[in-house]
Design a protein around this ligand. Sequence first.
Ligand code: CTP
Length: 415
Amino acid sequence: MPNTPKPVLSLAGRRVLLIVAGGIAAYKTPDLVRRLRERGAAVRVVLTDGGAQFVTPLTLQAVSEDTVYRDLWSLTDESSMGHIQLSRQADVVLVVPATANILARMAHGLADDLATTVLLATDKPVLVAPAMNVRMYEHPATRANLALLATRGVGIFGPDEGPMACGEYGPGRLVEPLSIVDHLINWFAAQDAPRHLAGRHALVTSGPTHEPIDPVRYIANRSSGKQGHAVAAALAALGARVTLVSGPVRLPDPTGVKVVPVETAAQMLDACRAALPADIFVAAAAVADWRVDGAADQKMKKDGSRPPALRLTENPDILATLSAPGPQRPALVVGFAAETNDVVAYARAKRARKGCDWIVANDVSPATGTFGGDRNSVHVIRADGTEDAWTDLPKAEVASRLAAAIATHFVNGKN
Ligand code: CTP
């Protein structure tokens, strides 16, 4: 008889307390429970009253093969499983979907039902997968609540961008159940990983820059910031204190990372200088090479004559500036090289020209889909002549490998 391959139980032995809140995406949680259990996790569910409008307790009970907890005041639940005990018996508390309402209640410490009482009483890590209408997600109140929760160490998975049940389009979609499972596996791996970069400060740039033409127009590029943000998250997962100086992106702030938002290359350089000293500098931003010389301070109007000519002037090179020898030079400086042809040859020359220690070269020709996409193929080129090639990997995996290589560099006492 042929051997049937056994599923990889990467969540084997993990106990997840899943809080299902009241959003339309709650209908995906029975599938999430199944996927988590397929990977070996034990899942216990707390269902809010809002959540029960979208998914029945019986469904969640059937897929979790456990009691579904709902009522803070139920004598039966409280006698068999108090909310304190419930909150402590898991390895992690996962809130899916994390609606604007439950995020607000978490941020402000309310405890007006079983779910929020458990969230306040728990001594375990809390992870949330936000899902809501795009306007609610972009509302300053929700942004502030998420930022506050992130500073308290709450892990945030997503949201994704795309069409929504309410007919609108944008960020706010629940990350698909299988991706939540992947995020959770990576999250547990990061918890278990040795924190080799503890005590180090890493400075990372990410995203595009926007260079104004006038108050309403700007020059930009197609960088999504996905790779730079993933590098920041991966360095933080290894224990580094991370400052992420980011141009305008549509991405959630990575967990445990201090984000400094900027628009222009000049602002990015100022923010990087202000963040020094750092042990590690990773320049992943797609900085605009040029800005408009003398951008207009009022909106430019068509006046019937010739269109205006834009005169460009060169932006400061942030990577070259921070690579220059001096007392504040970070011990390890890693640049990125975006090339469309002769990738390795151009990248080697670029590393030497910019004065950085390593350069991560990627092919950004349109056929690769690297800009804005989720995967990347890179060559890591070092000053000592060693090279690595990492082909067709998710950007998160490229980031983890780069962070691991940086950690190895420091552990080996090169700095
Ligand atoms: N970089 C920077 N400041 C700039 C331009 C680039 O810090 N003004 C950094 C990028 O973050 C990246 C590296 O330099 O780490 C290389 O960026 P890339 O766009 O590939 O190179 P350029 O310097 O723009 O060179 P070219 O356009 O000639 O390829």
